[in-house]
Design a protein. Structure first.
Length: 250
């Protein structure tokens, strides 16, 4: 299981934070990692200190550019990034009738990397459907708030439809609880409900609500560099180890 999508149709749930920091900590575990930013907002790209520009993922999807030529090696973090760019909005329109474009264009990247992580847009549009068609495993951030479980239930229904129609190999590797505040009854209840409903598909690691995690993107750094001893950093380090264990058992 090399191709992993980080997906949630709802914004503001810690999706890109999870994609960036999970990629970073997998790289720190000596794995060869490629992070593919497919969100037109380019938050994963800027979160790693890279300015969005022409080319990148859009050039690969629209023009058939060689992914290796569009990929940046980020020596400071030990990982590679296929950045988002201005053309991804146009790519989304072109992919309406081509759910397999991403899978086709990045088919050979699994030979170069241990993990290819896709940061999908916060929607169920063509770019996200392409991620679902290309990925083998999904990591789904679940914000510990009232309506979150309803949104996850709809996403799971979409995943099941995609598995039946486009990608039989697709499965949820795990659901990760984000923005967790153990002092509040709400967070505790959402965790209890998630574990009762989804069972062992919920990661044991939870990501706390943490000021350092919120600050890090504005400095263009993953939490491993910005605040390596913070609670958020420790949580993503544990999550990477848990992802590794699940992948090895898959």
């Amino acid at each position: 299981m090399r191709y992993l999508g980080v997906v949630n149709q709802k914004g503001g749930v810690g999706k890109t934070t999870t994609a960036v920091n999970l990629a970073t900590y997998l790289a720190l575990l000596d794995r060869r990692v490629l992070l593919v930013d497919l969100d037109p907002q380019a938050n994963a790209t800027s979160g790693l200190g890279v300015a969005p520009a022409e080319g990148g993922a859009a050039a690969v999807l629209l023009e058939g550019a060689d992914p290796a030529e569009e990929t940046l090696h980020l020596e400071s973090y030990g990982l590679d990034l296929l950045p988002a760019g201005e053309g991804l909005v146009a790519a989304a329109a072109e992919l309406l009738d081509d759910p397999f474009r991403l899978r086709t264009r990045l088919a050979e990247e699994g030979d170069r990397y241990d993990f290819v992580l896709f940061d999908a847009p916060p929607s169920l549009g063509p770019l996200t459907i392409n991620v679902l068609a290309a990925a083998e495993g999904l990591i789904v951030p679940l914000q510990t708030e009232y309506y979150a479980l309803e949104g996850i239930a709809r996403l799971v229904e979409t995943i099941e439809r995609v598995r039946g129609a486009l990608n039989p190999a697709l499965r949820i590797l795990g659901i990760v609880l984000t923005m967790y505040d153990g002092r509040t009854l709400l967070s505790q209840q959402v965790e209890q409900n998630a574990r009762a409903h989804f069972g062992d598909r919920v990661f044991w690691t939870v990501i706390p609500r943490n000021v350092r995690l919120s600050e890090a993107p504005s400095y263009g750094e993953p939490i491993a560099k910005y605040a390596p001893t913070s609670a958020g950093a420790q949580a993503y380090s544990r999550l990477a180890a848990e992802v590794m264990r699940r992948v090895e058992k898959a």
